[in-house]
Design a protein around this ligand. Structure first.
Ligand code: F6R
Length: 244
């Protein structure tokens, strides 16, 4: 695993955006795995700027979002569908048919998981997967568990994750209790993985991901077994690994 430590949130975002743009320049039909959340927002903004300056072309890029809440309609401002369109897709020249996000409103959620997994297999593997990390080590919505679950599946969100995400919903009660997420096998099959983390509140999490046991009780630890995974961290998020 490689670790890149940069000055601050702006720098890690710019670095990640440049890496995505360079990957698209090398492979215009790049298959890109994408997260939501607080961390990647600035990376998306930077990518939009790079696009508007004419330095990246998304017309053949294919995207797969890593997760989506179950039971939130697309048009709900807290759905990951809304997040992705508001922060990124509507500002770039990506084709609608190349955007893939799990449908958390599907009548048969289990079937939807199978459909999504098969689609990734058909169009994939994912060339470049961008990840954030939850305080409890979750990636996508793969929460701490007794086993690494390989494929796209339904995940019951932990109290800690729902608390962290309640900042967007106004109250804990409004945060959905379940989500569809890519599994850890699907993530690990990506050719290249970039994980972004920023802020002192992620330092303990990063320490565990980098130096703790490899265990499904801390899902991000599995990334240490990937042959091309880079953590891009700001100084605050890297604060504890630098000291120890
Ligand atoms: C969301 C996702 C999650 C987030 C994680 C960190 O699509 O994949 O794993 O990356 O919860 O979220 P932030 O960036 O808000 O701290």
């Amino acid at each position: 695993m490689n670790i890149l430590i940069m000055r601050d949130y702006n720098e890690i975002s710019r670095q990640a955006a440049l890496l995505v743009a360079a990957s698209i320049a090398l492979k215009p039909n790049l298959v890109l795995g994408l997260p939501t959340g607080r961390t990647p927002i600035r990376m998306y903004k930077e990518l939009v700027v790079i696009y508007k300056n004419g330095f990246v072309n998304f017309s053949d890029v294919v995207t797969f979002n890593i997760d989506e809440y179950i039971g939130l309609p697309r048009e709900n401002p807290n759905s990951f569908y809304s997040y992705m369109h508001n922060n990124f897709f509507r500002h770039i020249n990506i084709k609608k048919e190349n955007i893939h996000i799990p449908n958390g409103m599907a009548k048969d959620i289990k079937k939807e998981c199978v459909r999504y997994e098969n689609l990734i297999r058909k169009k994939g593997p994912i060339d470049l997967m961008i990840l954030g990390i939850g305080y409890n080590g979750h990636i996508g919505f793969n929460e701490p568990s007794d086993e690494f679950i390989p494929e796209t599946h339904v995940e019951v969100l932990t109290e800690r994750t729902r608390m962290a995400n309640s900042r967007y919903f106004g109250s804990l009660a409004k945060v959905p209790s379940e989500a569809i997420t890519m599994g850890l096998g699907t993530i690990m099959h990506s050719k290249k993985i970039i994980l972004l983390a920023s802020g002192r509140d992620k330092a303990e999490t990063i320490l565990r991901a980098v130096k703790g046991n490899i265990t499904p009780r801390f899902p991000a630890s599995i990334l240490r077994l990937h042959r091309d995974c880079t953590f891009i961290l700001d100084r605050d998020a890297a604060g504890l690994i630098k000291k120890k």
